[in-house]
Structure formats: C-alpha cells, structure tokens
Design a protein around this ligand. Structure first.
Ligand SMILES: CSC[C@H](NC(=O)[C@H](Cc1ccccc1)OC(=O)N1CCC(N)CC1)C(=O)N[C@@H](CC1CCCCC1)[C@@H](O)Cn1ccccc1=O
Length: 333
C-alpha cells in the first residue's frame, strides 16, 4: 500500500505545516501537524473544555461506530516549546492520504495548553518519531507509521515541505520526480526515539566548508534550524547589522538584507543541502524593523534540531529499515 497527503504552511512564516487526516466512521475531518519529533497522535476532542477550544475540529468518539475506548489508558505530553496536552485513549480508524490504519490509538485531549488553544489552524498532532517514546500509559501505543508499516510497499515515509506552498508527505514509496540528483543516506540513531543523525559540517555562502560533526534530529514539528553557537555566530558574523536580540528571542537581521545561503553536509560522500538565504529570514521579529533569523542557537536544549527551515530545502526520506537499520535520506530539489 501507498499514501500521499498534501501538507500546507499554517502561516506566512512557515511556522508549522498541517495535513488533512480522517478519524472514525463516518469520517471526522482534522488538520494535524505531522511531527517527526514526537510519537503521539492526539486531537482536540469532546473532552476538551470549551474554554480551551478556539474553533478547532473536535473528535467525538461516541459519534464513531468504530471507536473503542482503551480503558485504563491515558496520555500526557509536553514539548520543547513548553506546550502540553493530555487525555484518554481510543482505538479507531485513521486515514491519511488514502492509507487506512484500523485500530490506531487516537489520543483524545481532555486538556491542552494555551498555545494549542490559540493556534486555531491545528487540531492536534500526528507523531512520526519512533513508537518507543509514545506517552500512552500503562500500555504504550504505536505511531500511525508503525501501525500501517506492515502494509507498506517499503517501510519509509518522505517529507517534501515547501516555502509558502503546498508540499507532500508520502508513505511507502519514494517519488523520484520530487527531487534532483541522488539521495544521500546517513545512519539514524533512534536510541532516544528520534530521527537522530550526524551532519558532517556546514558552509556559509561560498566560504570554505567547515568540517564539524553536528549531531541532531530531523524534526518536522520544529520551525527553526537550531545549531551550536559556533555555527550560528559564524553565520550571523557575515551579515551586516545582525544582532542577537534577547527581546526578539534570538538573532535578528535587517529585513531588507539579502542573506547568505547556509549549507550542511550529509553522508560521507561530500553531499550538502543548501538553504537559500531567502529562506533564512522568518519575517518581522516583532521588534523594530528587524526580521527573525531562521537559524538560531540550540543552546541549552541538549540536541541540535534540523527543523522546517532546513527540511524545506530538501526531500527527506525517513527510512525505518528497508536496508536493516533505520536511515535518513537527503536530496536537493
Ligand atoms: C525546541 S523545540 C520547539 C518546538 N516548537 C516550535 O518550533 C514551535 C512550532 C509552532 C509554531 C507555530 C505555532 C505552533 C507551534 O515554534 C516555535 O517555537 N517558534 C516558531 C516561531 C518563532 N518566532 C519562535 C519559535 C517544539 O516543541 N516542537 C515539538 C512539536 C511541536 C509542539 C508544539 C505544537 C507543534 C508541534 C517537537 O517536535 C519538539 N521536540 C523534539 C524532540 C523532543 C521533544 C520535543 O518536544
């Protein structure tokens, strides 16, 4: 089996990407944020207090003939940006891009934090990291990808995110028309439950390539490219009037500045993914006429995060083991 679903930026800064998902019988429609940095599929629901809702679609298990509550099971998750949600668990039919997972764990929110309430474009998340970090307790559940994997032609999914344009998540196959050149694969360390890998280094504009092992995760649920301070300082020291503005939350640049490209190395054959300078500007920072940089410090997070700013420049293959061990494939487009 194969699946293909269109994913769309939720706002003009490409801060997150949503895709349509159907849950239940008859189908209840949702717009969910596919997040390769977490492993819970959760939705706003009839359990979510009305003062925590803001127009989101809600899952009502009692209206689905295929819903079954997993009694005694609950979930509770908190994310890197401080947002959180929790609730009860049902199994139900989930369809994404023509691909159906029967008996998928659907985590119904009985509470959500303020940032979820205010983000009316998003009805919840589809976690696409490894099932080892799914938060359902006492019986951990599988992600949508792990649930449908046995039926897939190949145990892979791909992310093709775009700047201010619809992109695609494909399941079970690699669309050769979606990228240029070849795909460079690199091993994945999934010991923490993430799509972890090590980049071989970086290059600012046309300067020399700086060899430096940068270990991080490929995370569609994070907006920014979050890298070590030496990399971030090397980039912004090449930009006139760039400044590290704590009130803006990081480095800002004059909005009318043309920014250098930023490239990062993948694999051991010298392959690089190049983010055009135009995509390194995330728009008005909220203070002065400065714009917020797409590259920021990973600082105290404990890992580097190759978020949407980086993923937007690539066709990315999340391969859970077509060749044995999990690997990430990177291609330009
Ligand atoms: C340092 S991980 C910060 C990251 N959350 C972001 O990137 C949010 C995304 C966003 C943007 C606009 C509206 C709503 C949400 O956006 C910002 O935080 N922004 C964007 C706008 C900027 N001006 C300021 C900074 C984050 O927790 N991701 C997690 C998934 C998110 C949670 C929030 C809802 C959307 C999906 C997740 O994969 C990060 N993870 C990765 C590994 C381990 C744990 C963990 O939790």
């Amino acid at each position: 089996a194969k699946g293909s679903v269109v994913t769309t930026p939720i706002n003009s800064e490409d801060e997150a990407y949503d895709a349509p998902v159907s849950i239940g019988t008859p189908a209840q429609p949702f717009n969910l944020d596919f997040d390769t940095g977490s492993s819970d599929l959760w939705v706003f629901s009839s359990l979510t207090p009305s003062n925590e809702r803001n127009g989101q679609n809600i899952y009502t298990a009692s209206r689905s003939s295929t819903a079954k509550q997993l009694s005694g099971e609950s979930w509770k998750i908190s994310y890197g940006d401080g947002s959180s949600s929790s609730g009860l668990v049902y199994s139900d039919v989930v369809t994404i891009g023509g691909l159906t997972a029967a008996g998928q764990a659907v985590e119904a929110a009985s509470r959500v934090s303020q940032s979820f309430t205010s983000e009316s474009a998003t009805d919840g998340l589809v976690g696409l990291a490894f099932s080892s970090i799914n938060t359902v307790s006492p019986d951990q559940q599988t992600t949508f990808f792990d649930t449908v994997k046995p039926s897939l032609a190949s145990p892979v999914f791909t992310a093709d995110l775009k700047h201010q344009a619809p992109g695609t998540y494909n399941f079970g196959f690699i669309d050769k028309s979606a990228f240029t050149g070849s795909i460079t694969y690199t091993p994945v360390d999934n010991s923490q439950g993430f799509w972890g890998f090590t980049s071989t280094g970086f290059q600012v504009g046309n300067n020399d390539f700086q060899q430096e092992s940068i270990t991080g995760i490929a995370d569609t649920g994070t907006t920014l490219l979050l890298l070590p301070d030496d990399v971030v300082n090397a980039y912004y020291s090449s930009v006139n009037n760039a400044q590290n503005d704590q009130s803006a939350g990081g480095f800002t640049v004059p909005c009318d500045t043309s920014l250098p490209d930023f490239s990062f190395g993948v694999g051991n054959n010298g392959a690089m993914i190049t983010i055009p300078g135009s995509l390194m500007n995330l728009g008005p920072s909220g203070s002065g006429n400065s714009c917020f940089g797409g590259l920021q410090s990973s600082g105290t997070i404990g890992t580097n995060i190759f978020g949407d700013v980086a993923l937007k420049a690539a066709f990315v293959v999340f391969d859970s083991g077509s060749q044995g061990q999990p690997q990430l494939g990177w291609a330009s487009k």
